[in-house]
Design a protein around this ligand. Structure first.
Ligand code: FBP
Ligand code: MG
Ligand code: MG
Length: 334
């Protein structure tokens, strides 16, 4: 079997015209992202031995307590991407405002990231990840928060790295989804999954059931029907999984199908869901659509949402198309 590493794959992408084609600057960006995530993975792997577990004793802009690893991963990504020579600015879950690379406003790309997704799982040694989204720099002068407020369908690349039993990077440039597994000894990511596909149908769902009493009626109805199994209106039994790291839950959906939901609920009407549009929902939706799945906020396609704020939240329903469309239809007829 011939071995294709990430660099080989990226080189092939530079020869493609149009869909899925990338330029030399994108190669540099993705190589830097992969290399930094490899180092983040090495830190995670050491855990308590590296003294990186536990709280950092600070809060981010969303009022969430930051873990040490949230801060470490964020700093590593900020530093390495600024040094690429191709990134004009970055925005992160862990920063109130964007971080422009001073004096480099004419560089071609902007990157948004969730440096450490699934923070509540760090200290209990359960899969976590890094999510990223790459946008074209509008190149109209200074880099401000507004420069990043582009709808998800304009993304030129998106991906995540899952730090699980294996460390894997999953990537799209708009022409299919590719998965790479980290070979620690060789210090490189190797292509292990080509054109990942999400089945149209599934018997597996992911939702945090502890929020059930807060859900709106269409979500109540949908989940109730799944729980009724073979003897209910769906006529089949469904299984449930909830890892509480979006990266790990979406990785499962990309690998063996399923539906993932974090719907808005009645707790705080000012918060339309828990997950963040720009660095969680958008990149994951790009990947899911590229793998033949569907991603919506229960009313509209996530990639068509016009963002108003860097840290805006949204409902997320994504995965196997027939299930996501059913959830959409229950909202339309409500
Ligand atoms: O603890 P809950 O409410 O089930 O939420 C889990 C969700 O929150 C998140 O952890 C949010 O991500 P962060 O850890 O980056 O804040 C998602 O990854 C996950 O799907
Ligand atoms: Mg997250
Ligand atoms: Mg995070």
């Amino acid at each position: 079997m011939t071995r294709t590493n990430l660099s080989d794959f990226l080189n092939v992408c530079t020869t493609k015209q149009g869909k899925g084609g990338i330029d030399a600057a994108m190669v540099v960006l993705i190589e830097a992202m992969a290399d930094t995530c490899r180092h983040i993975s090495a830190n995670i792997h050491k855990g308590a031995l590296a003294g990186i577990l536990g709280s950092a004793g600070t809060e981010n802009v969303q009022g969430e307590t930051q873990k040490q690893l949230d801060v470490i991963a964020n700093d590593m990504l900020l530093e390495s991407l600024a040094q690429t020579g191709v990134v004009a600015g970055m925005a992160s879950e862990e920063l109130d405002d964007c971080s422009p690379v001073r004096g480099c406003e004419d560089r071609p790309y902007l990157v948004l990231f969730d440096p450490l997704d699934g923070s509540s799982n760090i200290d209990v040694n359960v899969s976590i990840g890094t999510i990223f989204s790459v946008l074209q720099n509008p190149e109209n002068g200074l880099i401000t928060n507004e420069s990043f407020l582009q709808a998800g369908h304009t993304q030129v690349a998106a991906g995540y790295v899952v730090y699980g039993p294996q460390t894997q990077m999953v990537l799209t440039f708009g022409d299919g989804v590719y998965g790479f597994t980290l070979d620690r000894e060789a210090a490189e990511f190797v292509l292990t999954a080509e054109r990942m596909q999400i089945s149209e149908d599934t018997k597996e769902f992911a939702i945090n059931m502890s929020n059930q009493r807060h859900w709106y009626a269409p979500v109540q109805k949908y989940i109730e029907e799944l729980l009724m199994g073979k003897t209910g209106p769906r006529g089949k039994d469904f299984n449930m999984r909830w890892i509480a790291s979006m990266v790990a839950d979406v990785h499962r959906v990309l690998t063996r199908g399923g539906i993932f939901m974090y719907p808005k609920d009645q707790r705080d009407p000012s918060k339309p869901g828990k997950l963040r549009l720009m660095y969680e929902a958008n990149p994951m939706s790009f990947l899911v659509e590229q793998a033949g799945g569907t991603a919506c906020d229960a009313e509209t396609r996530i990639l068509d949402i016009e963002p108003l704020d860097l840290h805006q939240r949204c409902s997320v329903v994504l995965g196997s198309a027939n299930e996501v469309n059913r959830v959409l239809s229950y909202h339309q007829t409500a």
